[in-house]
Design a protein around this ligand. Structure first.
Ligand SMILES: Nc1ncnc2c1ncn2[C@@H]1O[C@H](COP(=O)(O)OP(=O)(O)OP(=O)(O)O)[C@@H](O)[C@H]1O
Length: 251
């Protein structure tokens, strides 16, 4: 009998040292995107950043990932893998080669990178689609390929920018469930940007609410609930209402 062992995606370090953002400010000319933002992601914690469109959420992720520099303030963060707002899959590569991309960039041979990525295809619900190009995949499958590629980068911190923003409501719900399960299996420190308060309550350990631009932290909510969480659960509904009220949204 063959016993299948659930292999982790990559070796240690898995959750790293966490993230500390202190008094970060960033302006583009006259447009102040972020002003005095403080934020902490403890090792292994999922922190959601929620706020209205244009309040600087993507800018914050770019700074934490080291793609942009803050004008003021400090950021301490381990090496991060960014899953951008659009899935960023390369249209001319197969699903397998897209998933294996970070490994290739890190210097693995094509065969080794494909073999490692392929080990995870069943678990990610992608088996049978190895050779399929992104255009022929469903939206949910594209997100899973993009997420697998992000995980395989082997970084202790994942920065996810609206990972499900482009999906329809049903696919989005499935993807949220799937992400919650994936993070339970493969714990990482996660900074999740979303404008969907419910998504934040379903996935995060803590929610940081930002004001309209310039983005400033309005309040932080703890989500002390076991996963998986149901959107109809009373505690989930209550936290969602509290977050919306803090953002000034009437329900
Ligand atoms: N490279 C840039 N050059 C000039 N302005 C920028 C640049 N990047 C962002 N901005 C501006 O900074 C502000 C914050 O943008 P950012 O994309 O971080 O917001 P966001 O909260 O992620 O928005 P959304 O929810 O709509 O994605 C916006 O006014 C945006 O136009």
């Amino acid at each position: 009998m063959v016993t299948e062992v659930e292999a982790p995606v990559t070796g240690p370090p898995r959750v790293g040292t966490g993230v500390t953002v202190s008094a970060v400010r960033k302006a583009y000319g006259d447009v102040v995107a972020l002003d005095g933002v403080d934020l902490r992601v403890a090792p292994g914690e999922v922190v959601a950043v929620v706020g209205p469109s244009g309040c600087g959420k993507s800018t914050l992720l770019s700074i934490v990932c080291g793609l942009e520099r803050a004008d003021a303030g400090t950021v301490e963060a381990p090496e991060a893998a960014l899953m951008p707002q659009r899935d960023g899959l390369l249209p001319w590569l197969s699903a397998l080669d897209n998933a294996a991309l970070a490994l290739r960039v890190a210097g693995a041979s094509k065969a080794a990178a494909r073999a490692t990525a392929h080990e995870h295809f069943v678990r990610f619900g992608l088996q049978g689609f190895e050779k399929t190009r992104p255009a022929a995949l469903s939206g949910g499958m594209r997100q899973r390929v993009a997420f697998l590629r992000t995980l395989l980068a082997g970084r202790p911190l994942l920065c996810l920018d609206e990972p499900f923003g482009a999906l329809d409501a049903l696919t989005r719900t499935q993807a949220q469930t799937w992400l919650a399960e994936a993070l339970t299996r493969e714990p990482r420190s996660v900074l999740l940007v979303t404008h969907d308060v419910e998504e934040a309550v379903l996935l995060a350990d803590r929610i940081v609410l930002l004001s309209p631009r310039p983005g400033q932290v309005v309040t932080t909510l703890d989500v002390p609930l076991a996963r998986p969480r149901a959107r109809t659960d009373g505690a989930v509904v209550e936290l969602r209402e509290r977050a919306l009220a803090a953002l000034g949204v009437r329900t």
